[in-house]
Design a protein around this ligand. Sequence first.
Ligand SMILES: *[C@@H]1O[C@H](CO)[C@@H](O)[C@H](O)[C@H]1NC(C)=O
Ligand SMILES: *[C@@H]1O[C@H](CO)[C@@H](O)[C@H](O)[C@H]1NC(C)=O
Ligand SMILES: *[C@@H]1O[C@H](CO)[C@@H](O)[C@H](O)[C@H]1NC(C)=O
Ligand SMILES: *[C@@H]1O[C@H](CO)[C@@H](O)[C@H](O)[C@H]1NC(C)=O
Length: 823
Amino acid sequence: MFRKMSKEIDLSRRNGSSDEHNKKPSIRSSYSWIFCAVLIGGVSWFSYQGYLETRVNSPLDENKVIFPVSPDFPERYWGSFRPGVYFGMKTREPQSLLAGLMWFMPDITSGGNLNLRHLCDQGDNLEQYGWREHDGKNFGVQVIVDQFIQLETTFVTKLGGNHGGDWTARIHVEPRMKDLAGKKVTLFFYLTLDDNGKGLFQPIRMIDNMDVSNLNSSNSVKYLGLFAVHGHTEKLGDFRVSFHHTDEQSIVHTAYLSTNVASPNLVKDVLQSGLRLMEDKKSKERHISLAGALFPKEDTIKQPNFVVHQVTGKLPFQLEVVYESNNFVERDTMLRGETYDFLLQTYRKEFRNQFETKFRLAEKGYSDEEQEFAMSALSNLVGGIGYFYGSSKVQSVHNKEPVPYWNAPLYTAVPSRSFFPRGFLWDEGFHNLIISQWDREISFDIMAHWFDLMNVEGWIPREQILGSEARAHVPEEFVVQRNNQGNPPTFFLVLDTMFKNRRVRDISTLELEQLNRLWPRLVCWYNWFNTSLHGPEPGSYYWKGRETASIRELNPKSLSSGLDDYPRASHPSSEERHLDLRCWIALAAKVMASLADIIGRDGRKYREAFAFLSDNELLNKQHWSPTSKRYADFGYHSTNVTLRRPKANPGQPRPDKIRVVIEEPSLRFVDDTFGYVSLFPLITEILEPGSPQLGQLLTDLRNTNLLWTKYGLRSLSKSSPLYNQRNTEHDPPYWRGPIWININYLVARALHHYSKIDGPHQVRATLLYNELRENLITNILREYQKTGYIWEQYNDSTGAGQGCRPFTGWSSLVLLLMSETYV
Ligand SMILES: *[C@@H]1O[C@H](CO)[C@@H](O)[C@H](O)[C@H]1NC(C)=O
Ligand SMILES: *[C@@H]1O[C@H](CO)[C@@H](O)[C@H](O)[C@H]1NC(C)=O
Ligand SMILES: *[C@@H]1O[C@H](CO)[C@@H](O)[C@H](O)[C@H]1NC(C)=O
Ligand SMILES: *[C@@H]1O[C@H](CO)[C@@H](O)[C@H](O)[C@H]1NC(C)=O
């Protein structure tokens, strides 16, 4: 213990938090023993202070759970791990080679604006895009419906050699309306390196590769593009990327760019600044064209780290990009044309077979169209898995300024490719309820990465903004993660579904090994929740990080609960008890106990904790409001607060509305509020089947004046005072009415559970289950057909999709509702 502490003190000095230590010499100049004592006391105090400061960004001293990737390069080495771009490829390495696509329609540009497509951007207003099929390993098929054109981007990876093997990407463009055939589209396919990546690119121009004597002038204009790029990075060794146009007749112009870019965030800007208007000398046709090799004047070495191939073609046409590792020696034919078709078709067929084996939607009688929808929900989630590398910024109460976390990789799915293309801790549990049904290995790999981000305190930063590509999306104020803020520990849901009802002898040795490596981290995680979020009484817990002195918020948000603005006690205090958190911890204890049994550890503590936290009598004492007959939070609460605008001083701008407390708060149940939080004893299935409270809850659930709608359960009952209210003038309601699919899925799952257990509420649970499930599926599907997307949330009065799109994070749980996978 002492050794460990001194190690961390050293770290604090290196990190420069040693202002205090600098005071030592002046004190040391005195010889008095009193000063010596003060010195020792002072130094230990300052050292202790330094120790506290460094805890927040010191990694947990346990074995890492992730297995190192190289040198034997598994199947998931190359992939579409850049969820934030419409199409891109990278490896699971820091400083990876990055490949990506941009496009525009030269005939449609207006006022100099090319409307160049690159990052998934809601502002582009694409009618639809997303992976239709993607197995997370070998291939993907994506359809992108832009205004006038439809692009199909597919890729296939192929193992071979010791440097990660090959891949090919194919971009096929066609017009959406017949009369657009022959119109021009420009594709840019680029290669660059991720943050601080080092490598060599040597562009080979088409013209270098031809017998120039045969070229006439119109041809030489046409072939300004790249034939290939030869390259080298330390991890990939030598490689070659070649560009192929399947139908030369359709190609009207090609060009290239070879230059430097300071960060992958800037590729679009740099590309645009490398565009010129060029005139074909013979045909007099003008092309918006890349300008070739461009380097800043002062750069004499001319080592490009950004190369782009441009092809402008007449619709329809197709580009194939073939990446080949030089280390792959046994390759027979190049992975393009028919060879590519064959391999892609093989993978697609296998994907569809697997999909039916795992989810049985055809067997359940779903139409082809409904199956395609479900397949795209899965595929866009799996195809949205990214690989990030970098460090978060974190802060504890002991730090004056945010400090960097350590550099680390994160392999994770993302909630939304356009709006949230990065990792979110509590979303990830829901994502992996689905992914673990598809591929347990991928889920384990994802969890391993997340758990390796745990610090010595057992805390995991809840939002992961790693690398400049991820950071470019996030306003500075949201970047810093605070170590008193957790997030619901949803990975316990995943571990529960993965191992519930499995006999030990049916679990693979690899998974057992992984569970063993995971165990110490689960113990620390559980402890973090159990200690740092504990309230004053046994069994009471509350989310930290609510702002106590907030004057503009109607109800101070609790972002760490995941339910952001869901109303809690009006006056945050350490006396409050959050029902959802208590239930999450009960669930965690249950799962810990059963995992302990599987890997032969002592799970007594957790079994006892679960028995304690699921004891219905204690639960009712701490969270059941006898007057309103519902489960609720408890705390300093006023049922009458409002936002009012203070009088403006003459000549001053209109002041923001501030909160006015009309009735003084008192310690009480927050039982004027009914919504998702009230459902947690049901959701976590800790209510006994015969519980009268369960009966009451089921009655309330079906009440259309409360939560029930034709489209699913709304987040906050219509009767709650804050239903659909803004939290500040500028903060629209978020978890105060709209229908969210993650919680709806958990409710459906719990109803399904109670429908299978004998008891007085069994029949009602069955009826409610069937109806809720049907309502959810019907609405999400209808909105998808109407709008082309799966959405972040759904309007509780119309069912319309709202918030951001595509949101194929937890809204993809519609797949598990269709397949009735609740395990
Ligand atoms: C020059 O190229 C054009 C277009 O490919 C072709 O039609 C023409 O015959 C060529 N002329 C000569 C002299 O090779
Ligand atoms: C959780 O915290 C309580 C109160 O501090 C403690 O009594 C209990 O042993 C802890 N549970 C576990 C499983 O560590
Ligand atoms: C809140 O207080 C105001 C002023 O006393 C009163 O008019 C209003 O009805 C109260 N609202 C509630 C929900 O109690
Ligand atoms: C839901 O739809 C209704 C009716 O169109 C609209 O008035 C309301 O503002 C919508 N809710 C949200 C949160 O957008």
